[in-house]
Structure formats: C-alpha cells, structure tokens
Design a protein around this ligand. Structure first.
Ligand code: CAA
Length: 258
C-alpha cells in the first residue's frame, strides 16, 4: 500500500506485516528502505487498530546488510553530515511491539535490524553475522552494542572480529533468537505470536516493552523501581479492571486497547 517501493505493507487482523522487498539485492537496506520502513511502522505505532508488527524479508534473505553499493564511494564528511544510519534510531524508539521473522541471511545491518526488533523468531535456515570487518568497516547500526548485550562479550567478539556466520541453532543457544521454527513457517509463526500480543491491552504491552528495555539502560534497583511504579500506574486503567475481573469471573478478558 501507500507509495512504497522497497517494502510491502499489509494488515492481518490487528497485526501489521512489513516485508522488505528488494530481493534482487537480498533486501540490502539502502536509505530509501530505512525511510520507508520507519514511516510504515511509525504509522502502525500510532494506529489503535494495530497492536503488534512483524518485520520480515523475502527470498533468501531477511536482509544482507546495509547497501554496500550506496555507501562505497562516500567520504567521511558526507557520512558525518548525513549522520548516516541515524534514522534507525527512530525504529528503536517505537512503542509498539515488533517481531523480526528471520529466514535466510541476516547479515550486517540485517542482523542489526533484527536485533532492533523486540524479539527474533528464526527459521531453521537463518544465518546471522556481522561481516563488516571484511569490508574494512565495523557494524554501524548498533551491532557492536546490541550483539554484545544479546550474546555476551566472547561470542560478540568472535562474530565481529572474524565476520563468521552463525546458524539458527547457535543463535538460539546464545540467546539471540527466542524460537526456531521450520523456515517455511517463519512468517506464519511470527504473525501468530504478534496476534497473541495484539490481543492484549496495547498500553500495557507498550509499558511492558519499556520496562524490559529499561533493563539495558538502568541499574537493577532503578529498573525494579521503574517497573513497580509503572505497575502501580496500571491500576488507573480500564484494562487492569477488565483483566482482573475476567480472571475472577472465569472468562476471557476483552481489552479496550486504550
Ligand atoms: N549491499 C548491496 N548489494 C548487496 C548486498 C549488500 N549488503 N548483499 C547482496 N547484494 C547484492 C549483490 O551485489 C548481488 O547483486 P548483483 O546481482 O547485482 O551482483 C545480489 O545482491 C545477490 O547477491 P550475491 O550474488 O552475492 O548472492 P550469494 O547468494 O552469492 O551470496 C551473501 C549471498 C553471502 C549474503 C552475499 O550477498 C554477501 O556477502 N552480501 C554482503 C553481506 C555483507 O557484507 N553485509 C554487510 C553490509 S555493510 C553493513 O551492513 C554496515 C552496517 O553495519 C549497517
């Protein structure tokens, strides 16, 4: 829909599905793709009819990285003046839960985009890696920070310094992905998980995401206090009244999503 050229956007029930759609370049993330993806998911974030988002790739890649051909001839001042990749920070500030459905290659910026999502569901054919060192650069969309937080120092150093790929099994063992599913089912399984999330209260899912993310930004005592204060605040919502009443009355809750 809209006028997008590098992505496909659909809505399935209360779930938004964004499919990266430059298969001829293995979904290399050029600036246009970044701008379109951020615009599409920002609109879903603001739409009360959408409660969760799935981002996926197409063909044999989730995404094979930032677009090398677009960057190749640039100089320092050009990269600096444009603050190249800064737009991705808008993606990380989304309030709506976002699931990455990864089939095939998630390399460089593709791995980094997957890690910007709230969790990753991987097909059994998924290949993760930060091969930037082979190009004479380092990860530039957060990989040195997010991979280290996701898998620890030793494996992050191994991946980033050697540029090797890691398969789905290793990625799950390391905590990079939440589940592995057959490659053919990865979008369907991610949509199912997203539909479950979208059936909950949207404001509650939003603050739950914020609380988990606070674990990466604060000390333990501050994070636990933040969580407890947010917990208290939810007693001002209709959805807390409905959720607890439904439990006591032995029925399914009907959240307002407000
Ligand atoms: N940028 C631009 N074009 C890319 C690309 C990328 N990251 N990855 C693949 N392509 C293009 C190829 O150039 C090729 O185009 P042509 O047909 O015009 O030659 C097309 O996609 C298909 O790719 P291959 O023929 O290479 O496919 P393959 O199956 O033989 O190999 C692959 C697959 C191993 C993933 C290989 O494409 C590859 O190594 N890609 C680059 C991976 C990489 O280095 N990623 C990091 C990019 S830099 C980055 O991401 C910076 C950052 O931190 C944000």
């Amino acid at each position: 829909t809209e006028h997008y050229t590098s992505i496909l956007v659909e809505q399935r029930g209360r779930v938004g599905l964004v499919t990266l759609n430059r298969p001829e370049a293995l979904n290399a993330l050029n600036k246009a793709t970044m701008d379109e993806l951020v615009a599409a998911v920002t609109a879903m974030d603001a739409d009360p009819a959408v409660g969760a988002v799935v981002v996926t790739g197409s063909g044999k890649a989730f995404a094979a990285g930032a677009d090398i051909k677009e960057m190749q001839s640039k100089g320092y001042m050009e990269m600096y003046a444009a603050d190249w990749f800064r737009g991705w920070e808008d993606f990380t500030r989304l309030r709506i839960p976002v699931i990455a459905a990864v089939s095939g290659f998630a390399l460089g910026g593709g791995c980094e985009l997957a890690m910007m999502c709230d969790f990753i569901i991987a097909g059994d054919n998924a290949k993760f890696g930060q091969p930037e060192i082979n190009l004479g650069v380092l990860p530039g969309m957060g990989g040195s920070q997010r991979l280290t937080r996701a898998v620890g120092k030793s494996k992050a150093m191994d991946m980033i310094l050697t540029g090797r790929q890691m398969g789905a099994e290793e990625a799950e063992r390391a905590g990079l992905v939440s589940r592995i599913v057959p490659a053919a089912d990865v979008v369907e399984e991610a949509l199912k998980a997203a539909e479950v999330i979208a059936s909950k209260s949207k404001p509650v899912a939003t603050v739950a995401k914020e609380a988990v993310n606070a674990a990466f930004e604060t000390g333990l005592a501050q994070g636990v206090l933040f969580e407890r204060r947010v917990f208290h605040s939810l007693f001002a919502t209709e959805d807390q009244k409905e959720g607890m009443a439904a439990f006591v009355e032995k029925r399914r809750p009907g959240f307002t999503h407000r």
